[in-house]
Ligand binder design. Structure first.
Ligand code: B12
Length: 228
């Protein structure tokens, strides 16, 4: 059996658990996927994200109520709570990232996933969750001096908020690297992204981790830590 088929089967089982509003079954599906040797990154991107997108399609055509969508989101939040700690590694070399939904952005699972991917690569992460106002975001970035601020935006209505946040972050001295991501930038808004002045627009959290490794290479472990 190929890995793709295996992921598909787990995804189908996960969706069934969401339809049944059964958090226990959802967790059991994910434990089974882990037991079958799937990487947590593949569970995030091959099971959880597509399942939520499917929920979104059902919701959009009226086959799924807002209550059902809220339940699916809460179940998935709980699964992320279970997987996140297994994905994280202790921050070790002082690389600091802030991750947030752009102003007015209420979609939070993508933010959490991006934070978890960064932590899995040894970043210290300040995760602000959904919808941080531009001024407050910039205020915290000014105080904390992160190397990078990653902003997540899902819907076209989020574009002005994302623009405000980028503007406020770019005005800081020194300023962080500003990265945009999320579903908004897969649509026509992608063409507007350069005019906002952000440094990067990235779709996939794995790609973000790889790009940031080039710009902020992890420091080799301290010799003392290795027992020398
Ligand atoms: C759950 C949900 C909600 C919940 C969110 C609750 C919560 N706590 O998060 C609530 C009810 C609040 C909500 C509200 C709305 N929603 Co909604 N929602 C969804 C749903 C079903 C799932 C979202 C989700 O968690 N997806 C899974 C995550 C993991 O995916 P993701 O966000 O894309 O993140 C991945 C990548 O994009 C990437 N990524 C994300 N951010 C970043 C950032 C960086 C830097 C990088 C590198 C990568 C990256 O990493 C993640 C992993 O790969 C989606 C369906 C969908 N297609 O996503 C609709 C969806 C996004 N919502 C939609 C809509 C229309 C709305 C509302 C406008 C509805 C309304 N009329 O009120 C509001 C807008 C609220 C707002 N101001 O933000 C539409 C958007 C369509 C569009 N293009 O406009 C969708 C697509 C549903 C649909 N099919 O119509 N929603």
């Amino acid at each position: 059996m190929t890995r793709t088929v295996e992921v598909e089967e787990h995804r189908r089982a996960y969706l069934e658990a969401l339809l049944a509003r059964d958090v226990g079954a959802a967790r059991a599906v994910i434990e089974a996927a882990l037991g079958a040797g799937l990487e947590i990154a593949d569970i995030y991107l091959g099971i959880l994200q597509p399942a939520l997108y499917e929920i979104g399609r059902w919701w959009a055509v009226g086959d799924f109520s807002v209550a059902d969508e809220h339940s699916a989101t809460a179940v998935t939040q709980s699964v992320l709570g279970m997987l996140g700690p297994r994905m994280r590694t202790a921050p070790k070399d002082g690389r600091l990232a802030m991750v947030s939904g752009s102003p007015e952005e209420r979609h939070a699972l993508g933010v959490q996933m991006v934070a978890d991917f960064l932590e899995s690569d040894g970043w210290e992460v300040l995760n602000l969750g959904a919808s941080t106002p531009a001024r407050d975001l910039a205020g915290m970035a000014d105080a904390e001096r992160p190397d990078v601020v990653a902003l997540s935006t899902a819907t076209p209505a989020g574009l002005p908020g994302a623009a405000d946040a980028v503007e406020a972050l770019l005005a800081l001295q020194p300023r962080p690297l500003v990265v945009l991501g999320g579903q908004l930038w897969r649509g026509p808004a992608r063409a507007d992204a350069p005019s906002l002045g952000a440094d990067l627009v990235v779709e996939d959290p794995r790609e973000l981790v790889a790009l940031l490794r080039e710009r902020f290479p992890p420091q080799p472990p301290d010799l003392e830590e290795r027992g020398f």
